[in-house]
Design a protein around this ligand. Structure first.
Ligand code: ZN
Length: 354
């Protein structure tokens, strides 16, 4: 390579050849491609969900899919080969060695934890229309069998009014049309993700009011800022990640709220409470270990009773070599299938998996 032809230029041009249809971002710091890992998993991508950082300003070479938090990492010769599985041309071996050479000299990985880089700041959430909000508060409280005030639920990052949240944070560009926003505002209650980039919204009139094809789901994910990892719903707590931490994971949002209040007495110290909300247990565990860098975790996984045995066996197979304690919990109360219920309907049955 000549002096005036930088590694970044070389990498950019090579990526364009390997991934037809790719493009540069405005500042030419990243190449945006259709996520080959999504495509491999059978999810078509024509909207350039993956960005590959070219390593300007001493940054490491990241690749990051905005649709799936497990499609990301450091670009190395191995990961590039994996990404280019569908590429029309073979990868130049010189490119592979140039990537590894670049990464070897770039030792500042630890500065770039995705969790810190990708967090957007939102101001304290407040509420508007008193009547609707009271209805939402009662809906949540009924689900978990408690009478909690607004202030407490706001601490848990529950969103009563999506319009209010966006307005208060000067976000005037909606990612859904205005009619949808109005319906979300009226009929849905939201759970803001840990990095504040998305809201999981529960339809309170599911099966009773027809809101139209795009909204007739139990849950809708509203993306606040496009092009950011969605994050997970995590109840805010104070943790020292270098100490032993209990990580409590449930299937759904109401499960974790009920577990937090009814089984853990709302203890916000050195424990993490989160839910997978449509993602997988394995992905969220990887997120805590790899992205959050938690060194000494104990996992308590509160599964729905219909979770298939092979899912648990797979977890055991993958986590056993890591020597991490894992406990599985199920609600043994008759006629209940999960933990998203009042305390008197929970019979916590648990066993040690690993
Ligand atoms: Zn992807």
């Amino acid at each position: 390579m000549e002096d005036n032809y930088s590694f970044q230029d070389y990498l950019r041009q090579s990526l364009h050849q390997l991934f037809p249809g790719s493009k540069d971002d405005g500042a030419k710091n990243n190449v945006l491609i259709n996520c080959p890992l999504c495509i491999k998993e059978g999810r078509a991508d024509t909207n350039h969900h993956m960005s590959i950082c070219l390593g300007n300003d001493g940054k490491p070479l990241f690749y990051n899919c905005f649709r799936n938090t497990s499609h990301r990492g450091i670009l190395t010769s191995d990961t590039l080969i994996n990404l280019a599985w569908n590429s029309p041309i073979a990868i130049d071996p010189m490119l592979l060695s140039a990537i590894d050479e670049f990464s070897k000299h770039n030792s500042s990985y630890s500065k770039y934890r995705l969790i810190k880089d990708n967090k957007i700041n939102l101001s304290h959430l407040n509420t508007n229309s008193a009547q609707i909000n009271e209805m939402k508060r009662q809906y949540i409280c009924n689900r978990i069998g408690l009478d909690l005030p607004f202030e407490e639920l706001l601490k848990d990052k529950i969103v009563f009014s999506i319009k209010d949240l966006l307005w208060r944070n000067y976000i005037h560009q909606y990612t859904r049309d205005e009619r949808v926003i109005n319906l979300l505002d009226q009929h849905f209650v939201g759970f803001l993700s840990n990095n504040n980039t998305s809201i999981s919204m529960r339809n309170m009139v599911y099966n009773t009011v027809n809101l139209g094809k795009s909204l007739n789901y139990r849950y809708i994910k509203y993306v606040i800022l496009q092009g950011m990892p969605a994050g997970y719903y995590i109840i805010p707590s104070i943790c020292n990640i270098t100490q032993r931490l209990e990580i409590v994971i449930s299937e759904g949002h109401f499960d974790i709220l009920s577990i937090f209040y009814n089984l853990y007495n709302a203890d916000r110290y050195n424990r993490i409470y989160s839910c997978i909300g449509g993602n997988s247990y394995l992905n969220i565990i990887k997120y805590f270990l790899c992205d959050m860098g938690i060194v000494d975790p104990i996992f308590h996984i509160f599964i729905d009773n219909d979770v298939k045995k092979y899912v648990i066996n797979e977890l055991k197979k993958i986590l056993s070599p890591l020597n991490i304690e894992v406990y599985i919990h199920m609600n043994g109360y008759k006629e209940e299938k999960d933990f998203g219920v009042p305390k008197e309907r929970i019979k916590d049955y648990s066993y040690r998996l690993i």
